[in-house]
Design a binder for this molecule. Structure first.
Ligand SMILES: NC(=O)c1ccc[n+]([C@@H]2O[C@H](COP(=O)([O-])OP(=O)(O)OC[C@H]3O[C@@H](n4cnc5c(N)ncnc54)[C@H](O)[C@@H]3O)[C@@H](O)[C@H]2O)c1
Length: 399
């Protein structure tokens, strides 16, 4: 422990896909960055004792629990990190806040807008630090896009074109994992994938005004799942269950600042494994980014000299690019896990100084409102305004 470095004793709930990603970020953040607060991998929690014990040993956690309530009750835990499926986020986050623990939660924040609002109220009432894991904001190339937009290099923003394309459930024999169960995840590609695009759009372009969407489920029945982790699963071919969430969601959006956007989230875009991409066009230039090539940002400026105009690729690995200087010399690239490490720098700063860094539960609630508006629009075949959705849910969140 460095001199004057505050210890943040973490209790992590869930130990598979995101459990591994968050564990890695806690281990690495104070290795690469000079944080005032340093995470201590105090305890990890999962329901299967053998599994969680093995995960604790492998990922470097000092102890484990099999019941999240016991973890929250421990007085040697400062921060509760929730990396369980979506239907458990609210109950755990509210209990953690009421116990006076800081809360870091995976996206989407909740199952519904109302539930997300209750989570926000709980963290605010109890005065704890809160954050949501929209990690893609923290790719240095995305941060650079933000700087270009904020400094006016693109001028007025006209368009965002965002896609999040995957293909891991195209096989009709792929089982009904929790990501395909409405009662566990709330929605399918929408809450899982478009939630990230919505966050990037709010971060880079601004607040949404209204949306118009369609949602589709191509494969309506799948084998019941036997075992699953992250994006993989095993199922029995004999018994089938119905799929009640969207395989694909597509929507149009108007922003409060006059920009317009198109969004497409699908798990049926063959050949696209994690195609989280956006292009933003402004009056003076454009930027485009692709998670599968995440160190790079393509930029185009209208004031480049005639004859030499066109998109050029910036490898965002120089000292000047946010977070990049903490790692390697220029062009010695970083990866997916570093987006979480970079976010952790902000979370540790928030806990050290006593504020909730962005994106926090306010962003989680606004994101949830947009997800809900798209669902309502798909159902009613009408445009749905965010103001109406927030008014209906009587939100206390200010825009
Ligand atoms: N930010 C991102 O890039 C990103 C990527 C993947 C998943 N996620 C989000 O992370 C969350 C978890 O997804 P995942 O892919 O890690 O799922 P996963 O299936 O790989 O792991 C879920 C974990 O939660 C545990 N769990 C479930 N219910 C529990 C309970 N009641 N008590 C204790 N542990 C419990 C499981 O045992 C497992 O360890 C979801 O909300 C998902 O949307 C975010």
């Amino acid at each position: 422990m460095g001199v004057n470095q505050k210890q943040v004793r973490v209790g992590l709930i869930g130990y598979k896909f995101m459990g591994k990603a968050h564990s890695h970020a806690y281990r690495d953040v104070s290795f690469y960055f000079d944080t005032k607060a340093k995470p201590v991998l105090q305890a990890i929690c999962g329901r299967n004792e053998e599994g969680v014990k093995e995960a604790a040993a492998k990922m470097g956690w000092q102890s484990y629990e099999t019941d999240w309530r016991k973890l929250i009750a421990r007085d040697d835990i400062d921060l509760i990190d929730i990396v369980t499926p979506n239907n458990s986020h609210a109950e755990i986050a509210i209990a953690a806040a009421e116990a006076g623990k800081h809360v870091f939660c995976e996206k989407p924040l909740a199952m519904t807008l109302k539930q997300s609002q209750r989570m926000l109220e709980a963290v605010e009432k109890n005065g704890v630090v809160h954050m949501i894991n929209h990690n893609y904001r923290f790719a240095p190339a995305v941060q650079w896009a933000k700087k270009l937009i904020e400094s006016g290099r693109l001028g007025r923003i006209y368009h965002i074109r965002a896609t999040y394309l995957q293909d891991w459930i195209m096989d009709p024999g792929f089982p009904l994992v929790w990501r395909l169960s409405k009662e566990v995840c709330g929605s399918g590609a929408l809450g899982d994938l478009a939630a990230h695009s919505i966050d990037l759009a709010r971060f880079l372009v601004g607040e949404f005004k209204e949306v118009s969407g369609i949602m589709e489920t191509f494969i309506k029945e799948r084998p019941i799942v036997e075992d699953s982790s992250g994006l993989s699963g095993k199922g029995s071919s004999e018994h089938k269950g119905s799929v009640e969430v969207d395989d694909a969601s597509v929507f149009l959006a108007r922003f409060e600042n006059g920009a317009i956007g198109t969004f497409e989230a699908t798990r049926f875009a063959g050949g696209n494994r994690n195609g989280n991409r956006f292009e933003i066009n402004g009056e003076k230039g454009s930027v485009r980014w692709d998670m599968e090539n995440m160190n790079n940002l393509d930029v185009y400026f209208h004031d480049d000299e005639e004859g030499n105009q066109g998109f050029r690729t910036i490898n965002c690995t120089e000292e000047i690019h946010p977070y990049a200087g903490a790692y390697w010399p220029a062009a010695h690239i970083i990866g997916y896990e570093h987006t979480l490490t970079n976010l952790m720098v902000e979370l540790m700063d928030g806990i050290d100084k006593g504020y909730s860094p962005l994106p926090n539960f306010v962003d989680g609630v606004r994101n949830q409102a947009i997800l809900e508006a798209v669902q309502e629009s798909a159902l009613t075949k009408q445009w749905v305004s965010l103001a109406d959705v927030l008014e209906k849910a009587k939100t206390s969140v200010k825009s």
